[in-house]
Ligand binder design. Structure first.
Ligand code: C2O
Ligand code: CU
Ligand code: CU
Length: 507
């Protein structure tokens, strides 16, 4: 063989080895990326139910709550301590609860040594009270937002929103539920005895290092960030819940950083969806599977029989992505989440009503403006990464708008959440939305190549000092800049002109 022949042969051999190695490494990472705990749990820890935080009533008749950011420790792995954050405790928070029409004050103090914020996700309130990235609470300080609750019964929640640090702060555990009641919801024959037949389920995935510390690692090619291999519910690892009633309502919150769940029961029993993010549905919707992306909530009612033994689990969620993105973003993962056991004697709560509430949706005739939001890459909306000093959109207070939100690319899922409003889905990919999405939403899942068209009325004020945010709730994307700012102001002033000019100058 000539010299050239040898060189060619060696080159081919070299290329061949590189290809085999690359393929081998990819295959290894591909196999490693798949997570499942199905069949492995012992379900020996009683599900922790966050207690209801009792408010005091101040001289002005406002319900006053006190909560404090704290550093803490949990023992999730036997004999190992995990450093955490919580509110009034080591992990998560007591549940806040108030009714439509109530005025509330929440004194939020920060006993950690980092600045943070506390945002009321799903609550319709003025920008200044919203707890977005502009309302930092320094270590040792107390921030006391106050507002009147003007929205219908819903399961809202709260979590830090420090720009660039949201993922980290939420992952540590500083989050909780804020339940809103109203007379319409209370008059319904649905389970509503908190902690007995009305149960919060705050679902989060975690990953632990050898020493027990929380690890925010992700599969090698993940483009959504942290995906854990353990599930905690209300901070409980390996949980069971003993049902004492024939109907149980679960208020489910996906408080995970990035993971999408496809919830269902291991015996494929159906359940009734009665509420979405920001309120009850008009009618219960019978389902067997329910997808929930980060930040979304769902209220479901499940029928339980005596001596029942069933597992709430997450089936592999269809992320509508190419196979590698499906695998590396958690789309092939399956989890057992909660074991539900029926007591031998159950209290009979009767039947669910076939009609729940009447929803006063915004109407298309009132729409004065349409906007489009494109979520592209992992850090931009409409081509721009978040800038704390730029107002992206100016909305007239009291007006109704249609927002078209698109995920035009094919690899990564996103979702979209906006502060200060709840919205109704008009169309999903140009079609009438499915029944389970026909309620109030504030966060909507956007798998690749999807478009959600939503309608909202903007009733809460937000000025330039405390704008509202809209963003992807995959927290790594949010922190990376997949977020924008909007204000909701009066059109009678010249403020809109001024801001729009400033806005143009910045570009
Ligand atoms: Cu749940 Cu802007 O956040
Ligand atoms: Cu929010
Ligand atoms: Cu995203």
């Amino acid at each position: 063989m000539g010299r050239i022949g040898k060189i060619i042969l060696i080159s081919f051999a070299f290329i061949f080895i590189v290809l085999v190695l690359t393929f081998g490494i990819f295959t290894y990472l591909f196999i490693e990326a798949k997570q499942s705990n199905v069949g492995e749990l012992t379900f020996d820890k009683k599900l922790y139910i966050p207690e209801l935080l009792e408010p005091t009533v101040d001289e002005q008749g406002r319900k006053e709550f006190n909560i404090e950011f704290q550093e803490g420790e949990m023992e999730w792995i036997d004999g190992k301590k995990t450093k955490t954050w919580g509110l009034n405790g080591p992990y998560l928070s007591p549940t806040l609860r108030a009714s439509k029409g109530d005025e509330v004050v929440v004194n939020v103090s920060n006993a950690t040594d980092e600045e943070t914020t506390l945002h009321w996700h799903g609550m319709i309130l003025p920008g200044e009270m919203d707890g977005g990235p502009h309302q930092l609470i320094q270590p040792g300080e107390t921030w006391s937002p106050t507002w009147k609750i003007k929205q219908p019964a819903a399961t809202t929640w709260f979590h830090p929103h420090t720009h660039g640090k949201t993922a980290e702060h939420v992952y540590r555990g500083a989050a909780g539920m804020f339940i809103i009641d109203d007379p319409d919801a209370q008059s319904l024959n649905i389970p509503q005895n908190y902690g007995v037949d009305d149960i919060p389920l705050i679902i989060q995935d975690k990953r632990f290092s050898q020493d027990g510390s929380m690890n925010s690692g992700a599969p090698f090619f993940s483009n959504v960030g942290t995906l854990g291999d353990h599930i905690v519910v209300n901070g409980t690892l390996n949980p069971y819940f003993e049902a004492t009633t024939n109907l149980v309502r679960f208020r489910i919150l996906n408080a995970s950083n990035a993971r999408v769940y496809d919830l269902g029961f291991n015996d494929n029993r159906s359940f009734f969806l009665i509420g979405t993010d920001s309120g009850l549905l008009e009618e219960p919707v019978e389902m067997e599977r329910l997808m929930l992306s980060p930040g979304e909530r769902a209220e479901i009612v499940v029928k339980i029989s005596s001596d029942d033994n069933v597992i709430l689990k997450s089936y592999a969620p269809d992320l509508s992505s190419p196979f590698w993105a499906q695998r590396f973003n958690g789309g092939d993962d399956t989890f057992d989440i909660l074991n539900i056991r029926g007591a031998s004697k159950l209290v009979d709560l009767g039947e669910l009503p076939s009609r729940l509430v009447d929803i006063d949706f915004p109407i298309e005739e009132d729409v004065v403006k349409r906007r489009t939001f494109d979520l592209v890459g992992q850090s931009t909306i409409n081509g721009k990464p978040m800038n704390m000093h730029r107002i992206d959109e100016v909305v007239t207070i009291g007006s109704t708008e249609i927002w078209e939100i698109r995920n035009p690319r094919s690899e990564t899922y996103h979702n979209f959440h906006a502060h200060g409003i709840h919205f109704a889905l008009l169309e999903l990919n140009g079609q009438e939305p499915p029944d389970h999405l026909k309620g109030w939403k504030d966060t909507i899942f956007l798998p690749p190549e999807s478009t959600a068209t939503v309608i909202a009325k903007f009733d809460a004020y937000a000025g330039t000092d405390a704008p509202f945010m809209y963003h992807c709730h995959i927290l790594m994307h949010e922190d990376a800049g997949m977020m924008g700012q909007f204000i909701v102001v009066d059109s009678d002033t010249d403020i809109i002109d001024k801001i729009e000019k400033q806005h143009e100058n910045i570009h």
